[in-house]
Ligand binder design. Sequence first.
Ligand SMILES: *[C@@H]1O[C@H](CO)[C@@H](O)[C@H](O)[C@H]1NC(C)=O
Ligand SMILES: *[C@@H]1O[C@H](CO)[C@@H](O)[C@H](O)[C@H]1NC(C)=O
Length: 353
Amino acid sequence: MNRATLILSILLSIASLHCSTAAQPEKPTAVYAFGDAIFDTGNNNGLITICRADHLPYAAVFNNTNSFGRFSNGLLPVDMLVRDLGIKPLLQPYLNRQNAPEDTLQTGVSFASTCSGFDDLTAAEVGVHTMKKQYSYFEAARETMRQDIGDDDTDDIIRNAIYLISGGTNDMLDNYYAIPIRRYMYTVSAYHDFLLSNLRDFVKKLYKLGARKMGVLGMPPVGCLPLDVAANFGKKNECVEEHNSDAEQYNERLEQYINQFATEMPLLTIVYVDVYNPMMDMKYDLVRYGFDQTIEGCCGSGSWEVGPFCSKYARVCDNATEYLFWDSVHPTQAAYRILAKKFKDTSLSKLLA
Ligand SMILES: *[C@@H]1O[C@H](CO)[C@@H](O)[C@H](O)[C@H]1NC(C)=O
Ligand SMILES: *[C@@H]1O[C@H](CO)[C@@H](O)[C@H](O)[C@H]1NC(C)=O
């Protein structure tokens, strides 16, 4: 090969390399999760709070007590996602990474904190991590990565990573329904707007640091959580219609906000992740999903035990696979698998496009 053809062939191979990267989007190699219990793989362990699941019978499928802290009987949807993407077996909690020394921030971590919400008051009341705190941990993680692998590689990881955010449910449950602090201050729709403008600030901060692919979860049917059903006095086993319609109203508003984010932040791909409809499907079309109990949770009486009350002294159902809910608020691994699959089939492809 003479010099000219050598140079030509190098140029051609560079060109084809560019073509193939343009046509084939890079597969994400990291997942960062923020928000509440659905993504919290153990950040509350050791905190002085009732919002902890670092004890049996939580996540009893793991025999390794290092993996305690998940508010379910097994894996969370974020664990399933990193598995599906071929990244790693579990998404570790940022604050308890010492339990998994082989793990690295570069492939993702969860900052989520059970009982948190988009209203800082919600987390502050029970001593868990606010969204502000979760963001500051992400900043610290980015700084650690920059020291470990340099700015450019860190920026690449951050740009290609998937960011998942969940919030709103605890804000409504704790500060609007149970303790009506916010109800005295806001109408339902004004409170939704307050929550969503906080979400906007959070999304903007992540975007500024280079995040480009985000999924935001909508609210579940809050009125059908076993705890809410049990509190629906006089209407045994019925969902609280008003709380469900509040959740639907919030979800509609959230979708509008998300469309706005996409215009405000032109390089952002952001998707609304529907949790409400899949959970309603599972609840009412139970046989199709292999469930036989979708009203009560598996732990204890099924109506009120959660956190410290769902303890090793609580009776546990024989087969959690047949239950939609694990405790009085949080889904089983079986239900999370169905949610994770829906996410994979719908939202994920939009984020990877
Ligand atoms: C946990 O331990 C039990 C009993 O020793 C065993 O049957 C089960 O397979 C173990 N589970 C895992 C995930 O290793
Ligand atoms: C639990 O329930 C599922 C679904 O009905 C069933 O496939 C499984 O065999 C059951 N497991 C046990 C241990 O009974």
